[in-house]
Design a protein around this ligand. Structure first.
Ligand SMILES: Nc1ncnc2c1ncn2[C@@H]1O[C@H](COP(=O)(O)OP(=O)(O)OP(=O)(O)O)[C@@H](O)[C@H]1O
Length: 626
């Protein structure tokens, strides 16, 4: 836990952390010493030695005072560290994640980051403010009491020493069980909470399908799991708490038995025995307090581990020297092999040159590696073998900012900031003039949206662009790319989801972009594929074919087979899976035609393509296969 805290706080607070821990340990030792001082005081009182009693009382008072000072110091330093965490952790997290490769930002990892930035930060502050003190004094104070006992009466100290491993083992055993079951109950609580939110969020869908609360299995299951976890926690906690108590009682009984045996043989004075037993009773107090916090401590430990793991994520090596961009706008893949997992290449020995100001359409079945190809250009990940070049320079030798200056991205999942329409386009080039922003918007067809919106350019688009349709968001994204005018534009042509009007604007903007930029398009639409200067057909991570539309048709290979399929698909219709007849057609004939390279191996679950003559083979797939 301490190691994780040091990592989370960063080098700037390591000194403060060390000082805090020193005060904390000092406090726990002093607490034990103060308890031990009680023994000589009681002895002197019972023996009627007032002078010695007063002297020992003064020592006890000094020990108590020192304990108070140490307690105050460690509490203040703990609060200061908690405040420092609150003040700087988000900034440190931000500084760190901004250096991580873009490929790191999967939805799962972003979700984890968001949890760590909220509950994790809260937990770190809580650890300093409330948890570390009982956790440390639960070990250090009993150890000090034991040492004092050995000094004051080695025989009773020895009995305690023999009992200590039993107490420690029982404590660890029960704490880990209690912690685990509290953790499970907490996880079940969190799951039930998120299911309720999900249930509320999806009311429209659920009601549309006539599903009430009693019919929503994930929520029912989560509630059931939560009550099971609660019951299990009770069932598992009680016997372990009892076992813990029993170990304490047994140890105490052993100590009393040994003390009485010694007293009967006059080997110890009854007064001293009472005082030592009082000290022994203090031995178990901090242990019990730490045991009571075991669940919280375990959960805090998990949160700290997750936060520390975030700081362990390593950025890709950043180039310091600027490699010259000798061939601006050119992209080259030289024998590139890459896989997300070891020994599972997704791209295999890919070599490709995209000349400046040309358009390359990348096509291929779902999972063939099209998106991965574009991710390597943006250096989301580093290649396993070979080289990816942008503007003639190895992307690994370009500082991130310089590489990003060369690229514009228009991807499927367009994210708009909770800002005005204008502000969202300006993201493409913050220094652009108003006239340039308007021109980019006009080219991408955004001005047409502006006229319809109540506050025109100043209309807020809502978080994530919620106030706009998917097609409109895509147009804003294209406008950003037009405004940025980067030498290379990477575009995932998600136009399968666009209506004809949106699609027309996007196609027009593509033509504009082609005049100034190199375009690499993950193509879904035939007009894009046909207009491309070169078409790259990917098949299981390899370039299966490359050439112009005419060249590939003439070659009579995979591309021409897809083309032929498209040609025949003019008479196809989309029917629901399991639907017996072609007459329940759901899409216009050219819906299938727009996705010539949708997967033939994995047709979409919701729709299967069938020829209108009833001989469907599924290979036409859906237009929205991506
Ligand atoms: N972040 C990731 N981690 C692990 N595997 C991944 C990741 N992204 C993609 N893959 C896998 O890599 C392979 C290629 O994926 P990629 O997205 O490049 O294909 P694609 O041709 O773009 O497919 P689609 O047309 O369906 O989007 C697939 O098998 C996919 O499951």
């Amino acid at each position: 836990m301490i190691r994780h805290l040091a990592k989370i706080l960063g080098p700037a607070h390591r000194g403060a952390l060390r000082r805090y821990l020193a005060w904390l340990v000092g406090y726990a030792v002093l607490e034990g010493v103060a308890m031990a001082c009680l023994v000589p005081v009681l002895r002197a009182v019972f023996e009627g030695d007032t002078g010695r009693a007063l002297r020992m009382l003064a020592v006890l008072a000094a020990a108590v005072l020192a304990t108070c000072v140490a307690r105050y110091q460690q509490a203040m330093q703990g609060f200061r560290l908690a405040l420092a965490t609150l003040g700087t952790l988000h900034e440190r997290l931000g500084d760190h994640v901004v250096k991580l490769p873009l490929g790191w930002f999967t939805s799962e990892k972003v979700g984890r980051l968001s949890r760590s930035a909220t509950t994790g930060t809260f937990m770190v502050t809580n650890v300093f403010a409330h948890m570390l003190t009982p956790a440390v004094s639960g070990v250090v104070t009993p150890a000090t009491v034991l040492a004092a006992m050995l000094v004051l009466d080695w025989r009773l100290g020895l009995v305690l020493l023999v009992c200590a491993p039993l107490l420690y083992a029982t404590h660890r055993w029960s704490a880990s069980w209690i912690g685990r079951s509290e953790e499970q109950r907490d996880a079940a609580d969190a799951l039930a909470g998120s299911r309720v939110v999900e249930f509320a969020r999806n009311q429209r869908t659920l009601r549309a399908f006539g599903r009430g609360v009693e019919g929503y299995a994930p929520l029912e299951e989560a509630i059931e799991r939560r009550s099971r976890a609660g019951g299990r926690m009770l069932g598992e906690t009680m016997p372990r708490l009892l076992a813990n108590g029993l170990a304490v009682q047994l140890s105490f009984a052993a100590l009393v038995a040994a003390g009485v045996a010694l007293a009967l043989r006059d080997a110890i004075e009854p007064v001293a025995l009472v005082a030592l037993l009082a000290l022994a009773a203090r031995f178990v107090g901090p242990l019990s307090e730490a045991a009571g916090m075991s669940g919280m401590l375990r959960m805090a430990g998990n949160d700290l581990r997750r936060l520390a793991a975030l700081f362990d994520e390593r950025p890709l090596p950043e180039a310091t020297a600027k490699a010259p961009l000798e061939r601006p706008g050119e992209i080259a893949f030289e024998h590139v092999t890459f896989g997300y997992e070891e020994d599972a290449p997704v791209l295999r020995d890919v070599s490709l040159r995209v000349p400046p100001r040309t358009m390359t359409a990348v096509v291929g079945a779902s999972g063939s590696g099209k998106t991965t190809l574009t991710r390597l250009i943006t250096r989301f990940f580093d290649v396993d073998a070979g080289t990816v070049r942008v503007g003639g320079a190895d992307v690994r030798e370009l500082p991130t900012a310089r590489l990003m200056d060369q690229l514009s991205l228009v991807m499927q999942d367009v994210y708009l900031f909770d800002d005005t329409l204008e502000g969202n386009i300006r993201v493409g080039r913050p220094s652009a003039t108003d006239a340039e922003v308007r021109e980019a918007a006009r080219l991408a067809g955004v001005d047409e949206i502006v006229h319809r919106l109540p506050q025109g350019w100043r209309t807020p688009v809502g978080e994530g662009g919620a106030a706009l349709s998917g097609g409109e968001r895509q147009r804003v994204s294209v406008a950003r790319a037009v405004l940025k005018a980067a030498p290379v534009v990477l575009l995932d042509e998600a136009t399968a989801a666009l209506d004809p009007e949106n699609e027309r604007y996007v196609q027009e903007a593509l033509r504009t972009l082609m005049r100034t930029s190199t375009l690499v398009v993950i193509a879904h639409k035939l007009p894009t594929v046909v207009a491309a200067d070169q078409i790259v057909v990917l098949d299981e991570g390899r370039i299966a074919e490359r050439g112009t539309h005419e060249e590939l048709l003439a070659a009579g290979g995979r591309y021409s087979r897809f083309w032929e399929q498209r040609r025949r698909s003019r008479g196809w219709r989309l029917v629901g899976a399991g639907d017996p007849g072609p007459e329940s057609a759901a899409a216009p004939p050219d819906a299938a035609a727009s996705a010539p390279f949708a997967s033939s191996s994995a047709p979409g679950p919701a729709a299967a393509a069938a020829r209108s003559d009833g001989h469907g083979d599924g290979s036409g797939s859906t237009g929205a296969a991506r």
